[in-house]
Design a protein around this ligand. Structure first.
Ligand SMILES: NC(=O)c1ccc[n+]([C@@H]2O[C@H](COP(=O)([O-])OP(=O)(O)OC[C@H]3O[C@@H](n4cnc5c(N)ncnc54)[C@H](OP(=O)(O)O)[C@@H]3O)[C@@H](O)[C@H]2O)c1
Length: 334
């Protein structure tokens, strides 16, 4: 097999970013889409020029035409449908957050192991060269000792009719966009925090629409993360060390070359703009799936990292709810 055949589980908005990435990859082709309504699947398939349309998710999973599923369902359906897909013999690229509880994450990992299918969380920014450069700078000591990571991701809704505002669907700004700063902090620090302190503002539907968190890591290193559904689009990240800091104005989204800047502010001397190779933002995660499935290469973003960042998010929510520091005791390196 040289080309993997992709199926889209639903007609989610975010598909419009995955479709060009699948089509841009030499080893993938988009063959199917499923929707809860057959007419929706059919009109979507026509619009996007997709060969097969299925009127239920079950039909897509039963199809022999599909090797790998992209799961962009609302958050509360990630675990259930990823597990069903793997049991039906499909590999799965599942949207972030991969699940809403550790029990779900563990069941997903267990199913991947039992079925021998590839499962990965779709954190596209982790595959972008900009993020990899940040990791290299941290590893090679250019920033000295890392003391603090700060990152935020905020946007405001145009309409309040949104899965992100429904508590039972795993709504909330931390689950939706705050997971990026949490994942970024974990990536830079190389582990989960020792303890966290979270604070939230709940909107009228009962989900957090502002969230801020303080994360404490070994050796006194810290991260400060925040997210919001109430303020205009705003995002940045910075990694601060004893020898200087890296500043990213588009760490997670909008990694388009005109807007993006990665700047090094050294302890002494003038700031330096670091060149970042161009790469379509969603291509990396698609090609990583291809390498994992076709070449047997372990996925770049490991399931251990996914489990750790979800554990951290859950601890932040618990802290915000109880107004207490929450300790993450059994430290697993990610
Ligand atoms: N990585 C990224 O850049 C990125 C960006 C945006 C979103 N996301 C993630 O992608 C996922 C989807 O986000 P989205 O904004 O694309 O969502 P969306 O447009 O609301 O799509 C969700 C889809 O799920 C299906 N669905 C099944 N049960 C549903 C229910 N009870 N209520 C509503 N929809 C239901 C619907 O498809 P059918 O009607 O066709 O069955 C719907 O189109 C989320 O997990 C989100 O975190 C990731």
């Amino acid at each position: 097999m040289t080309k993997l055949r992709w199926g889209l589980l639903s007609t989610a908005n975010i598909n419009r970013r995955l479709i060009p990435a699948i089509r841009a990859s030499a080893r993938g082709e988009l063959v199917a889409v499923a929707s809860r309504q057959r007419e929706t699947a059919e009109s979507y398939a026509t619009k996007w020029n997709i060969p097969h349309a299925f009127g239920s998710y079950e039909e897509l999973l039963a199809s022999d035409e599909v090797d790998v599923i992209y799961n962009p369902l609302p958050n509360h359906l990630h675990a259930e449908w990823s597990i069903r897909a793997m049991k039906a013999g499909k590999h799965v690229l599942c949207e972030k957050p991969m699940a809403l509880t550790l029990a779900e994450v563990d069941a997903m990992i267990e199913t991947a192991e039992k079925t021998g299918r590839v499962l990965a969380e779709a954190f596209m920014y982790r595959h972008h060269p900009q993020t990899k450069i940040v990791g290299e700078w941290v590893q090679n000591g250019r920033l000295g000792q890392i003391t603090l990571v700060r990152a935020t991701f905020n946007f405001a809704f145009r309409s309040r009719q949104n899965i992100r505002l429904v508590p039972e669907y795993g709504g909330g700004c931390l689950w939706d966009v705050g997971v990026y700063p949490v994942s970024f902090a974990q990536y830079v620090m190389g582990s989960s925090p020792t303890w966290v302190l979270g604070d939230q503002w709940l909107g009228d539907t009962g989900v957090d629409e502002d969230f801020a968190g303080q994360l404490h890591y070994q050796d006194g290193r810290m991260a400060q993360i925040s997210s919001s559904f109430r303020t205009p689009f705003y995002t940045y990240a910075e990694v601060i060390g004893t020898e200087g800091r890296l500043y990213l104005n588009r760490p997670f989204v909008g990694v388009n070359d005109a807007e993006r800047q990665l700047v090094f502010y050294p302890k002494d001397g003038t700031p330096e703009v670091i060149p970042v190779p161009e790469q379509e933002l969603y291509l990396g995660e698609v090609e990583d799936m291809h390498a994992a499935i076709l070449d047997g290469k372990p996925p770049y973003l490991t399931l251990a990292e996914t489990r750790n960042h979800i554990r951290t998010v859950l601890a932040l929510y618990e802290s915000a709810r109880t107004k207490q520091v929450v300790w993450l005791t059994d430290q697993e390196e990610a």
